[in-house]
Design a protein around this ligand. Structure first.
Ligand SMILES: [Zn+2]
Length: 85
C-alpha cells in the first residue's frame, strides 16, 4: 500500500505500515481510504487509524526526502568544485 506525498514539488511514494507490528499493509493498489477510516492489518489483525498511519508516513517521507536532498546537494557541490579546477 502506497501513499503519495508531495513535498516541494517532489512527489514521493511512501509505503504505509502498520503502527502495531511495523509491517507494510498488504492491500490491493486500488484500495482507497479516507480520513477516519480504520485499516485492518493482515499480519497482526490490529486496526490502525488511517490518519495516524498517514502522519507516520509523512514524517518518514520527510526524513527520507531531506536525506535525499542533502545527498543531491553534496553531489552538485562536488561537481561545481570539479568544474572550477
Ligand atoms: Zn500489524
Amino acid at each position: 500500500m502506497l501513499f503519495f506525498h508531495r513535498v516541494n514539488s517532489i512527489e514521493q511514494k511512501v509505503t504505509l505500515v502498520c503502527l502495531f507490528c511495523g509491517l507494510p499493509f498488504q492491500r490491493p493498489e486500488d484500495t482507497e481510504y479516507a480520513s477516519g477510516d480504520m485499516i485492518e492489518c493482515s499480519e497482526c489483525g490490529e486496526f490502525n487509524d488511517y490518519d495516524s498511519v498517514i502522519e507516520v508516513a509523512k514524517e518518514k517521507g520527510i526524513t527520507e526526502l531531506s536525506k535525499e536532498v542533502k545527498h543531491q546537494l553534496k553531489e552538485e557541490f562536488g561537481n561545481l568544485f570539479k568544474n572550477k579546477f
